[in-house]
Write a new protein. Structure first.
Length: 87
């Protein structure tokens, strides 16, 4: 269990992934909107989302041709909420 959370903290320790998670904490979103919000290429965002998805931090639900991502780990969501309070 401890190693699992260490891996999750390591994942959200990356600035791009942290920005993705902080955005998803506010509202679920598709890849295109995440790319526009962060100003990064789709390949970059998709790679980071895949890692977050594999760790169970986010999940993607297909809606037609798009996949809508949301934050699924409640403990990570609480931590991100605390971080956003400081902004």
């Amino acid at each position: 269990m401890l190693e699992e959370y260490a891996n999750k903290f390591k994942a959200i320790g990356h600035p791009v992934r942290l920005r993705i998670v902080m955005g998803l904490a506010k509202k679920e979103c598709n890849v295109t909107k995440i790319c526009e919000g962060l100003g990064l290429p789709q390949a970059t965002i998709s790679r980071h989302l895949a890692l977050l998805r594999n760790l169970g931090i986010v999940e993607g639900v297909r809606d037609g041709h798009e996949i809508c991502y949301s934050l699924t780990d409640e403990k990570i969501a609480k931590i991100v909420d605390l971080l956003m309070e400081e902004e």
